[in-house]
Design a binder for this molecule. Structure first.
Ligand SMILES: Cc1cc2nc3c(=O)[nH]c(=O)nc-3n(C[C@H](O)[C@H](O)[C@H](O)COP(=O)(O)OP(=O)(O)OC[C@H]3O[C@@H](n4cnc5c(N)ncnc54)[C@H](O)[C@@H]3O)c2cc1C
Length: 439
């Protein structure tokens, strides 16, 4: 049989009188000593017999003047330090084990299905697309969770867009979005079912909710991700997004807390094919916040898109102009081309900064992310902050007179030339050949 390693005993030390502190209280230390190791001298002070002292600390504790202390040999001091360090390490390891076990208890990929009037925001389905890949790589279920009122009809759609399971909280109090009600609903589901990953669309509503949930859960949130993958060895979500003004792409991990939370802007991820007929379990949970505890009320809803404004994110064809267009007047030919192709005009930030175009048309990191069928970049250099907003378009044509412009690196068709020659020629050609819109 293997002999167990000898466990070192913790040194107990010996009691010692601190000179000048005894107040001759009446031999309390002598009475307290269980080893008969203390005699009192004529002044009423203790004389400690070191040989007899068993290091029990009782005299030290009972002394009203703190006139006694414990002393240790240098060897004992060293051993005490070693033991203290070992105990800290053991405590850390035990805590780490507990944290690891807690992390393993979180399982599954969840996508928040944002809805308004029971109609889902398309970003929710885009997220279920990427969610499917993540769930497959982790070997876990992909679930959709929906908050709202009269939202039962969304379950079939969620299943058709990849969900294996759907969680609902359906309550009239959730009819319109309010941070406190949606937060309460989301937290109650997340705390109960513990998904390891939660994905939320980076819409106005989604940004508000994701930040609130992450704060309450004391977890990380990577906003505006442009890539989501799994580190299969460590079972971690790799959340990629532009950082430092878009000059680098950073991959962020949430290692020690759960859930791992990421938001993704609309049109960044491709929408998966619908698979009608898929189905699965629907779990319905109650809404637990009583009406009289809700502090906010929705009085009026003003749609963000007012008449005349444009949503370039929804367009199939975008003709974008940059600083190379030289002035706002020259954008007229881009509008002409976009009319012929049934598209809209977008722009780079330079065009917005110059006051040529409104911000609603800006494509890129601080503008819109777009994924049209056709994107024509005219006089745009292709700075990374612009590329992150359009590089996933189905077909990109770039027109630039600088053959080294970075826009050509993402273009499917590059035209090295002057926009003032190429675009009028293109318009002419479309007109004479009978222009067709791209659908
Ligand atoms: C934090 C941050 C966020 C940003 N967010 C965005 C964003 O959301 N969207 C965005 O677009 N930018 C953004 N930017 C700005 C970005 O870095 C670039 O400055 C901007 O995209 C450049 O715009 P541009 O390509 O129109 O202009 P330029 O870089 O000046 O390029 C003009 C191009 O036009 C070409 N050209 C000139 N004349 C002609 C001609 N006659 N025919 C053909 N080609 C011609 C030139 O060769 C050149 O390549 C951001 C920057 C920062 C720091």
């Amino acid at each position: 049989m293997e002999e167990k390693p000898h466990k070192k005993k913790k040194p107990r030390g010996k009691a010692r009188l601190i000179a000048g502190k005894c107040i001759a209280c009446g031999a309390r230390c002598q009475t307290a000593c269980p080893a008969d190791a203390i005699e009192m001298n004529e002044q009423g002070e203790p004389i400690i017999d070191i040989e007899k002292c068993i290091g029990c600390h009782k005299c030290v504790k009972v002394c009203p003047a703190s006139a006694l202390e414990m002393v240790f040999t240098p060897e004992e001091e060293k051993l005490l330090t070693e033991m203290a360090v070992k105990s800290i390490i053991e405590e850390d390891e035990a805590e780490q084990k507990k944290a690891d076990a807690n992390i393993k208890s979180w399982r599954g990929v969840w996508v928040f299905v944002e809805q308004s009037d029971s109609k889902a925001h398309p970003v929710s389905w885009e997220l279920l697309g990427v969610g499917r890949t993540l769930a497959q790589d982790l070997g876990v279920e992909l679930s959709a969770f929906v908050l709202g009122s009269k939202i039962g009809g969304l379950a079939d759609e969620a299943f058709a867009y990849n969900a294996d399971k759907v969680y609902f909280i359906d309550d009239p109090l959730l009819a319109q979005y309010r941070t406190e009600t949606y937060l309460q609903g989301a937290l109650s589901l997340i705390r109960k079912y513990k998904p390891e990953i939660v994905l939320i669309g980076a819409t106005g509503l989604g940004r508000d909710l994701a930040g609130a949930v992450a704060t309450e859960m004391r977890t990380g949130l990577t906003a505006d991700c442009t890539g989501l993958t799994i580190d299969k060895n460590r079972h971690l979500l790799e959340q990629t997004r532009p950082a430092f003004g878009g000059n680098i792409m950073a991959t962020i991990l949430t290692e020690k807390v759960r859930p791992q939370m990421a938001s993704v802007r609309p049109h960044v991820m491709p929408k998966p094919e619908m698979q009608p007929g898929r189905s699965g379990p629907v779990i319905v949970e109650p809404f637990l916040l009583p009406a009289d505890q809700i502090k906010s009320a929705v009085l009026e809803i003003t749609p963000l898109l007012t008449e005349g404004s444009i949503n370039i994110g929804a367009a199939h064809v975008i003709i974008s102009g940059g600083r190379g267009m030289l002035n706002p007047d020259n954008f007229k030919m881009l509008f002409e081309l976009s009319d012929l192709l049934g598209g809209v005009v977008g722009c780079s930030r330079s065009a917005v900064d110059a006051g040529w175009m409104l911000h609603e048309r800006q494509v890129g990191q601080t503008g819109k992310t777009v994924r049209p069928k056709l994107y024509i970049a005219c006089g745009i250099s292709g700075a990374i902050q612009h590329l992150v907003g359009m590089q996933d378009s189905d077909y990109i044509i770039a027109i630039n007179k600088d053959k080294n412009a970075p826009i050509f690196e993402v273009a499917h068709l590059g035209i090295v030339g002057d926009v003032f020659d190429v675009i009028p020629a293109l318009i002419d050609k479309l007109r004479t050949s009978g222009a067709r819109t791209v659908s």
